[in-house]
Design a protein around this ligand. Structure first.
Ligand code: G1P
Length: 298
């Protein structure tokens, strides 16, 4: 059985209620961190990881996502005609091409949960394991999280590999949490996973964040998955059912994760990237938000 990861699924159908009113007319995946929408970071991460097919599980009300990720030949032409060659080039490089790139859009018409969303991609995946990327979990670092995970997955044995990080006890109720049995390098071994447990019921503090590499049998598991936490079809529950037979690993990624589905997380991510942008850094310094270093005498 191949362990080569060729497909990435982006569940982007959610209503974004945590970010209203910003998400009333704009999909949350198009909210920018500085000048780049969340979905762009996710697409770039998948590209760097060598993903061949990208499947967006979207909603009819969120057509703007497709407009953003796909090439806009008219806009590029218009920019070139106005002498804005650099902007045209940058946009066209970031975009997916309908001819050269393998992209699918599938609609999830009803909000039945993350597990249901992933299941909607079933008929479109390439053979082998599939990656799932939740764009509102932004992970920044020198190496893309999915790139690291693909490498670990291909070298390892676990059927399902999920990105994990340790969180404090008062935060476990926000996440899928692993039932940890041991450790193997950067991989936490687990025999189960619970969606949004109360602190007192949580099997560990290893929280799952939005990157998954899943054995292809996940689609069968999702077909028979009954609703769980919040009355939704949970991806966590379907993963947990295969944990002992397929093997479940938690991958401790090297980057920093920002919860861009929340205001605080979005602000943190914005500040992180602002520090790398000279104009933004100058503003932060002026406002005393970053230490002003005295000029070094020549
Ligand atoms: C989803 C998953 C949860 C995971 C989280 C990571 O929850 O269901 O297991 O820990 O993403 O961000 P959501 O945040 O969509 O409620």
């Amino acid at each position: 059985m191949t362990r080569h990861v060729r497909t990435a699924i982006f569940p982007v159908a959610g209503l974004g209620t945590r970010f209203l009113p910003a998400t009333k007319a704009t999909p949350k995946e198009l909210l920018p961190v500085l000048d780049t929408p969340l979905i762009q970071y996710a697409v770039d991460e998948a590209r760097h990881a060598g993903i061949e097919r990208m499947i967006f599980v979207s909603h009819p009300s969120k057509a703007a996502i497709e407009r953003h990720v796909m090439e806009d030949a008219r806009l590029t032409r218009e920019l070139r005609a106005r002498g804005k060659e650099n902007a045209a080039e940058a946009l066209s490089e970031a975009a997916l091409c309908p001819i050269e790139d393998d992209v699918r859009f599938v609609m999830q018409n009803e909000p039945k949960g993350l597990g249901h969303a992933v299941g909607c991609a079933k008929d479109h995946v390439l053979p082998g394991p599939v990656a799932v990327i939740l764009p509102d979990d932004l992970i920044l670092g020198p190496v893309g999280c999915l790139t690291e995970m693909v490498k670990a997955y291909e070298a390892g044995k676990a059927g399902h590999l999920v990105a994990t990080m340790e969180v404090s006890e008062d935060r476990v109720h926000r996440y899928g949490v692993l039932s940890v049995t041991g450790k193997d390098g950067p991989i936490v071994l687990a025999d189960g996973m619970v969606e949004k447990p109360k602190a007192e019921d949580a099997p560990s503090r290893q929280a799952v964040v939005g990157r998954y590499i899943l054995d292809a049998s996940i689609f069968e598991a999702l077909e028979t998955q009954t609703s769980g936490a919040g009355g939704e079809i949970q991806l966590t529950d379907a993963i947990a059912r295969g944990a002992t037979s397929l093997g479940l690993g938690g991958f401790q990624f090297s980057g920093t994760r920002f919860d861009c589905g929340s205001k605080a997380g979005m602000l943190e991510a914005t500040l992180e990237l602002a520090m790398e942008d000279p104009d933004c850094l100058a503003v932060l310094k002026e406002r005393g938000l970053v230490e002003q270093r005295p000029a070094v005498a020549a």
